[in-house]
Design a protein around this ligand. Structure first.
Ligand code: H53
Length: 851
C-alpha cells in the first residue's frame, strides 16, 4: 500500500492524472509527443481528429495509472467484487466524460486553446461507443459510472462488437440502416489486452470418465470448435475519486490451432476461412430492443461472453483463494442484466462440478448465492426461449446440466405443492411445445434475488409472468431497484450551464452535489426568487437554441426556439406509442386548417386555440420491425406537409432527427420544454429518458407507467401531466376490444380519414398502422387513450402560455418555470448512485472500498 501511495503521488516516472490537472505544460508536452511519435504526424498538419486522438491518449495514459493502482489496491484489500454482466453497454463518448470525472476540463480546454484547438470541436470528433440498443444498454453504462464514482470494486463484462447499433439515415422519408464501424480510426480509450486470452468451446460431445482422485465417474465435455476470447479494457473513471474500475469487453479471435486435416487435404483456403469465422461472433450487435429473434449466432455470442467472463472471474478468485470454493459468495457477486447472461449460472455450475470437482449440492448453493437477475420487461416477445435442439447441439454438457437443475427444482416444487400437478408444467424450465429452454425461469431458479426496475414493474412481475415463482420461493426473493441515471453525464456534461447555475446556488464550486444528488432539494429555497427563475429560464432558452441548431443541421428545418419544444425520442416501438403522438399532431394540424377555412386568422388561433410548438421526434426502428418503420415514415411525411405549409406561420413544425444516439441525447434532453413518455400502462418497465428530461428542467407528459409513477411522487403530481388508462384496466379493455370491436373516437376518426385520403402520401403505406388499431384489436389502446392525451396537451398549453422566449413574462415564470425548478429540486432520487447503493445493500452485500 505504501508503494501505491507513492505511485499515486507521482513519484514514479510516468505522469499521473494529478500532474496533468495541475500542470498545463505537462499536458501540452505529452500531447505533442502523442502527435509526433504516437500518430507520426507533425503539429503543422494536426487536424481536429488527430488532436482528439492525441488529447485522449494523453488523458488516458494518466488514467491508466489510476486504474492500475485501483486494481492493485482492490487485490490487496481483497474485498467482495461485483461483476455486472451486460450484453450491451451504450457508453457514448468517453473523452468529455473523462475530463469531467477527472476534473481536468478547464486545463484541457486552455491547453488545447494554446495549441490552436477548440475543445468542443475536438470532442466532436469522437464517434459514440454505441454498443447497445436503448434503455437496457444505457443503464449498464450509467451503472459502471456509479460503481466507480461511489468507490465500489465493480467491473462490467460485455462484448466488443466491431459494429455497434446501425446508423440511421432518412432517405425519402424512410429509415435506411448503414453499418456503424466505430473502430475505423482505432479507439484511444481501449487498452487491448492481447495477453488475456481465454479459449471458449462450442459443439462437440459429452463423455464419462473415472475421476482418478475420487474413483467416481464424472462427465466431461469435448468441444468441437474453439474460439479465443481476447480482452479489450475500458478504464472507467469515477467522479472526484481515483477509484477507476474496468469495463472488460471480449473480442472473438481464431485460435492458432490450424485445421491440419483440411490443410493436408489441400484445402488451405477453407481452413483459413473457418478460422476467420471465429471473428464473426463479436462482429455485430443485434439491433433489436425488447424483442428476441432467436438466432444461433446470438446464442453463440451469449455463451462466448459468459464463458470468458466466468473463467476470468474464477481465475482472479483462485489467485488469492485457491480452491476455497465456500468463500466464493463472500468474494463475488454477479449481476445478470436481463436473461442474456443466464448461461453464466450453468457455466459456473459446470466449472465447479466438472472442472473443480465440487459436489452438485455444494456447487449449486454457491451459484445461487453468487448470482442475481434483473428483469427489464413483462412483454412476452422480449422473453428469451431457446430451442432445446439448438442448445443441445451448441452446448451439449450445458443442456444436461439445465435438465438436472430443472429436475431438482421440480422435485422441490412437487414436495411443496403435491396436489398441484399443473404447477410443474407451468414452472418447468423446459417448455414442451415447442421444446425450448425458458431463460427467465432458469435465471430465477439460479439466483438469490430477482429485481424489477421500477416499483410498478416489480409489482407486475410478481402478479403476472413470475406469479408461480412467488408461490414457490416466497415474495422476499423478488425485489425492486428503481432505475436511475448518472448526473455526471446527464446533468454536468449534457447541461454545463444548468449544472453551473445549480452549483452556484448550492455554493458548491466543486460540484460535489453530483455525487450527492439529494442536495438538489435545497433549490426549493429559491422557488420565489424571480431573478433566479429568470436565470433558470434563460439557461433553458440557450439550450433550446443549441437544439434548434442541431435540428437545422440534421434536417434543414428551421424551428423557432421561442415555441414550445415537445419531444419524443426513444426507440420506436408500438408500445411506446409514437403513433399516438403523431396522430395528435395530425389532429392539431387538421383543426388549424379547419379554423382557417372558417376564416379564423392565425393570430386568433394563437389567441384562442393553440400555442406555437415544434413536435420533435427521434429514434431507431429495429430493421425487421415493419410497424415501427411505418411510424417513422408517417412522422416524416407529416413533417413534409406541415413544414411546407407557409400559411400557418410558426404554429406548428414537425421534425424527425435522424440517428438518435447518446451524444445527440446530450443536446436534446436539455432542450425540451415537454417530453412524452406515453407507453400503454404496464408495458414500459421503467424508462430512463423520462429522468434525463426531468433532471434537465423539462416537464413530462406521460402515462401512469414505469418510473413515471415515482417521478410524479417525488416531484409532486401537480408538476407532471399524467393521463390515460391504468395498468390494472388494460386486460379488461383488450377483452372489450375483442368482444365489442374497437371504438375509435371522433377525433381519431378524422385523423384516419385524412391519412386514408392521401393527405400524407400514399395511404397504402399506412394501412397496417391504421387497420391495426381500427380492425385488429388495438392492442396498445391508442383509441382508449387518444382523447385523454389531447386533453392533457390542452393543460400543457394553458400552463406554458404564450411565452415567446420572453423571460420577463411573469405568468410563464410562475406557472411553468416554477414547476421546472421544483421538479429538478426533487429529482435526486433518480441518480444511478442511489441504485448502486441499493443493489449493494439488498442484493450484493458489498460496501464501497476504502480509498
Ligand atoms: O430497459 C430499460 C427500461 C425500459 C425497458 C428497457 C429494455 C431494453 O432496452 C431492452 C430489452 C428489455 O427487455 C428492456 O424497456 O423500460 O427503462 C432499463 O431497465
Amino acid at each position: 500500500l505504501d508503494l501505491l501511495e507513492k505511485k499515486s503521488h507521482g513519484t514514479n516516472h510516468e505522469p499521473n492524472i494529478h500532474d496533468i490537472v495541475e500542470n498545463p505544460q505537462k499536458f501540452e508536452e505529452l500531447f505533442v509527443r502523442h502527435v509526433e511519435t504516437g500518430l507520426g504526424r507533425s503539429m503543422y498538419n494536426c487536424d481536429n481528429l488527430a488532436a482528439y486522438q492525441a488529447a485522449s491518449k494523453t488523458i488516458r495514459d494518466a488514467l491508466v495509472l489510476d486504474w492500475a493502482n485501483t486494481q492493485q489496491r482492490q487485490t490487496i484489500q481483497d474485498g467482495k467484487r461485483v461483476y455486472y454482466l451486460s450484453l450491451e453497454f451504450l457508453m457514448g463518448r468517453a473523452m468529455d466524460n473523462a475530463l469531467i470525472n477527472l476534473k481536468c476540463e478547464t486545463n484541457t480546454r486552455n491547453s488545447l486553446r494554446d495549441l490552436g484547438f477548440n475543445l468542443e470541436d475536438v470532442l466532436d470528433q469522437e464517434p459514440d461507443a454505441a454498443l447497445g440498443n436503448g434503455g437496457l444498454g444505457r443503464l449498464a453504462a450509467c451503472f459502471v459510472d456509479s460503481l466507480s464514482s461511489k468507490n465500489y470494486s465493480g467491473w462490467g463484462y460485455g462484448l466488443s462488437y466491431q459494429y455497434g447499433i446501425f446508423k440511421q439515415k432518412i432517405v425519402d422519408s424512410y429509415q435506411i440502416e448503414t453499418p456503424d464501424y466505430w473502430l475505423k480510426y482505432s479507439n484511444p480509450w481501449i487498452v487491448e489486452r492481447h495477453e488475456i486470452q481465454i479459449p471458449v468451446d462450442f459443439y462437440g460431445y459429452v463423455y464419462e470418465e473415472i475421476d482418478p482422485n475420487t474413483g467416481k465417474t464424472k462427465k466431461n465435455w469435448s468441444g468441437g470448435e474453439r474460439v479465443l476470447a481476447v480482452a479489450a479494457d475500458f478504464p472507467i473513471p469515477g467522479f472526484n475519486t481515483n477509484n477507476t474500475n474496468n469495463l472488460r469487453l471480449w473480442n472473438a479471435k481464431p485460435t492458432n490451432e490450424f485445421d491440419f486435416t483440411k490443410f493436408n487435404a489441400g484445402d488451405y483456403q477453407q481452413s483459413v476461412a473457418s478460422q476467420q469465422r471465429a471473428e464473426s461472433i463479436t462482429s455485430v450487435l443485434y439491433p433489436n430492443d425488447n424483442f428476441e429473434e432467436g438466432k444461433e449466432l446470438r446464442l453463440k455470442q451469449q455463451y462466448f461472453w459468459v464463458a470468458a467472463s466466468i473463467h476470468d472471474i474464477i481465475r482472479r478468485f483462485k489467485k488469492t483463494h485457491k480452491a476455497a470454493w465456500h468463500k466464493l459468495p463472500d468474494q463475488i457477486a454477479i449481476q445478470l442484466n436481463d436473461t442474456h447472461p443466464t448461461l453464466a449460472i450453468v457455466e459456473l455450475q459446470r466449472v465447479l462440478i466438472d472442472l473443480e470437482g465440487v459436489e452438485w449440492d455444494d456447487a449449486w448453493d454457491i451459484v445461487v448465492k453468487v448470482c442475481a437477475y434483473t428483469n427489464h420487461t413483462v412483454m412476452l416477445e422480449a422473453l428469451e426461449k431457446w430451442p432445446v435442439d439448438l442448445v443441445g447441439r451448441l452446448l451439449p454438457r450445458h443442456l444436461e446440466i439445465i435438465y438436472d437443475i430443472n429436475y431438482f427444482f421440480l422435485q422441490k416444487v412437487q414436495k411443496l405443492y403435491p396436489e398441484d400437478r399443473d404447477l410443474l408444467r407451468r414452472v418447468s424450465i423446459i417448455e414442451e411445445d415447442p421444446k425450448s429452454v425458458r431463460m427467465a425461469y432458469l435465471a430465477i431458479i439460479g439466483s438469490h434475488k430477482v429485481n424489477g426496475v421500477a416499483e410498478l414493474h416489480s409489482e407486475l412481475i410478481k402478479t403476472t409472468i413470475f406469479k408461480d415463482f412467488v408461490k414457490v420461493f416466497g415474495k422476499d426473493k423478488f425485489t425492486n431497484v428503481t432505475n436511475g441515471i448518472t448526473p455526471r453525464r446527464w446533468l454536468r456534461q449534457a447541461n454545463p450551464a444548468l449544472s453551473a447555475l445549480i452549483a452556484k446556488k448550492l455554493e458548491d464550486p466543486n460540484y460535489n452535489y453530483l455525487t450527492n444528488l439529494g442536495r438538489l432539494k435545497e433549490l426549493e429555497k429559491f422557488i420565489d426568487d424571480k431573478e433566479f427563475l429568470k436565470e433558470w429560464d434563460a439557461v433553458k432558452f440557450e439550450n433550446k437554441k443549441r437544439l434548434a441548431a442541431l435540428i437545422k443541421s440534421e434536417t434543414n428545418v428551421d424551428v423557432d426556439p421561442t415555441v414550445l419544444f415537445d419531444i419524443q425520442v426513444k426507440r420506436i416501438h408500438e408500445y411506446k406509442r409514437q403513433q399516438m403522438n403523431i396522430f395528435a399532431v395530425i389532429y392539431r394540424y387538421l383543426h388549424i386548417k379547419e379554423l382557417q377555412r372558417q376564416g379564423v386568422s392565425i393570430e386568433e388561433i394563437k389567441e384562442k386555440y393553440y400555442i406555437s410548438k415544434a413536435s420533435i421526434f427521434g429514434g431507431k426502428a429495429a430493421p425487421g420491425y415493419y410497424m415501427a418503420k411505418t411510424i417513422i415514415h408517417l412522422i416524416c411525411k407529416v413533417g413534409e406537409v406541415i413544414n411546407n405549409d407557409d400559411t400557418i406561420d410558426n404554429l406548428l413544425k414537425v421534425v424527425f432527427i435522424p440517428d438518435y444516439n447518446v451524444s445527440k441525447a446530450e443536446i436534446i434532453c436539455p432542450g425540451s420544454d415537454l417530453s412524452n413518455h406515453i407507453s400503454t400502462a404496464g408495458t414500459e418497465a421503467s424508462g430512463t429518458s423520462n429522468m434525463k428530461f426531468a433532471l434537465n428542467g423539462g416537464l413530462i407528459i406521460g402515462t401512469v407507467d414505469g418510473a413515471n409513477v415515482e417521478i410524479a411522487r417525488e416531484i409532486g403530481e401537480e408538476n407532471i401531466f399524467l393521463f390515460g388508462n391504468l395498468a390494472e384496466n388494460v386486460e379488461e379493455l383488450r377483452h372489450k376490444h375483442f368482444v365489442e370491436g374497437v371504438h375509435v373516437p371522433k377525433t381519431l376518426q378524422k385523423v384516419f380519414a385524412a391519412i386514408e385520403e392521401g393527405q400524407f402520401g400514399n395511404p397504402d403505406d399506412f394501412k397496417a398502422l391504421v387497420d391495426g388499431i381500427r380492425d385488429h384489436g388495438d392492442y396498445y389502446l391508442v383509441s382508449d387513450d387518444f382523447d385523454l392525451f389531447l386533453d392533457a396537451h390542452k393543460k400543457v398549453e394553458k400552463t406554458f402560455g404564450h411565452h415567446g422566449g420572453d423571460s420577463d413574462d411573469p405568468a410563464h415564470l410562475q406557472r411553468w418555470v416554477r414547476k421546472s425548478v421544483w421538479s429538478v429540486a426533487n429529482m435526486g432520487f433518480f441518480s444511478s448512485d442511489r441504485c448502486i447503493d441499493e443493489y449493494a445493500e439488498d442484493i450484493w452485500n458489498v460496501e464501497p472500498s476504502n480509498i
